[in-house]
Write a protein that binds this ligand. Structure first.
Ligand code: PMP
Length: 405
């Protein structure tokens, strides 16, 4: 059963006050709050298990390594990867995309090759590819979106040729909340032998993701957006691809042997985990995933969908509110403008009411160019938010309007 009261009690920060008002945290697409079990796990790790992983024979190092590798298995099961060695720990989504752009790009991208990204991508799924294209004299092209914020599938098909080597798209757009039809995108790309990277930063926490069923080549996400610590993320890659890719960084842990004549690299996944990894972050991610698995992602999805529908309807009642991004399939992200009030001004006033929303371009400037705007106000929900909080947001927006008129 989905017990919202109990769930809110699991997140200590939700009961704090801001400027004497109840905190209403609606910036979950930027980062999520942490449940007590994750906070306690980190504390337990530092109190009882802290030692560097994969290095020493002593008790603590062994325990810490076991926790680290157990987390990898939890993640493997969560996204249904075939093998644990396909799960590479990174600093986050950005780091994971850079890893693929650098390593896969170094080995496989040649002059004149084409990389496709959607116009709606986060900067972290644009700039690493742009840098790769500059290095390799390859060509980056964007797949247009329509005025609802959906990927234009016909235009995508037109862009697909044998020259396309990589298609990189988000499962869900962070600025608009559009759920992209990644299954269809992957299928089509594979007809042209292109590899597909899915940016799951805004998807993995909202609905069940099965990388084998999707048949994506790479899948990336960030721990901090799925109730775990910052500084930890995941790159899933198909084993045979990761095997062929050169290491991204050199250092300790990613080697079998080193001499000045020759260095032999470690097997997967360690080949891509140079240096002391963020094992605390990895363990926190394992714990966060266990927590949401126990609530059940289906329950989470049902509740979040109800919340999102409520928000979409309720925000319609706010005068002069114009939604940006009206896709048929969306998660709980609502981006909007309020008359000609600058999003930043609206955000500042909402903040004084205890309401945390995001304002600006959301690291997706091409989306803002598409709509010819400077930015939006974005409210993004998690399964610990409530309809009452959405009512408060609407009242807050009315206050903002009154202040400006
Ligand atoms: N992609 C998407 C869709 C995102 O929402 C974000 C974070 N806003 C990122 C990539 C980058 O994630 P991180 O900053 O955790 O690396």
């Amino acid at each position: 059963m989905f017990d919202i009261k109990k769930i809110r009690d699991d997140f200590p920060i939700l009961s704090r006050k801001v400027y004497g008002k109840n905190l209403i945290y609606l910036d979950n697409a930027a980062t999520t709050q942490k449940p007590l079990c994750v906070i306690e796990k980190i504390s337990e790790m530092y109190s009882s298990f802290n030692a560097n992983v994969h290095r020493a024979v002593h008790f603590l190092s062994d325990a810490s390594t076991n926790e680290y590798e157990a987390a990898r298995t939890v993640i493997k099961n969560f996204i249904n990867a075939e093998k644990s060695s396909e799960i590479i720990f990174t600093k986050g989504t950005t780091d994971a995309i850079n890893l693929v752009a650098f390593s896969y790009g170094e080995r496989f991208i040649e002059k004149g090759d084409v990389i496709l990204v959607a116009e709606s991508e986060h900067h972290s799924n644009i700039v690493p590819w742009q840098m790769l294209c500059q290095r390799k004299h390859a060509i980056l092209k964007s797949i247009p979106i329509n005025d609802k914020g959906e990927i234009d599938f016909d235009k995508y098909i037109e862009l697909l040729t044998e020259k396309v080597k990589i298609v990189a798209v988000a499962q869900v757009s962070n600025s608009l909340g559009t759920i992209n039809d990644i299954r269809k995108i992957i299928e089509k790309a594979h007809e042209f032998n292109a590899k597909v990277l899915i940016d799951g930063a805004q998807g993995v926490q909202h609905f069940k993701t099965d990388v084998q069923e999707l048949n994506c080549d790479f899948y990336v996400f960030s721990g901090h957006k799925i109730y775990a610590e910052t500084g930890i993320g995941v790159l899933y890659g198909k084993h045979e691809l990761l095997e062929q890719m050169p290491p991204y960084q050199g250092g300790g842990d990613m080697i079998k042997s080193v001499s000045f004549a020759k260095t032999e690299y470690a097997d997967l996944p360690l080949k891509f985990e140079a240096g002391t990894p963020n094992y605390m972050g990895a363990v926190s991610l394992g714990e966060a995933i266990k927590y949401i698995t126990q609530i059940d992602l289906e329950n989470i999805q049902t509740y979040e969908t109800e919340l999102a529908n409520y928000a979409e309807e309720k925000l319609e009642t706010v005068e002069n509110l114009k939604k940006i991004g009206t896709a048929a399939k969306k998660t709980g992200v609502v981006s909007f403008q309020l008359g000609n009030i600058h999003p930043y001004d609206a955000g500042m006033i909402l903040d004084k009411l205890g309401i945390a929303v995001r304002t600006g371009t959301h690291c997706a400037e091409p989306v803002m160019h598409h709509f010819g705007i400077l930015g939006t106000i974005r409210a993004s929900f998690a399964f610990y938010n409530t309809k009452e909080e959405i009512d408060e947001l609407c009242l807050g927006l009315l206050r903002v309007q009154k202040m400006f008129h």
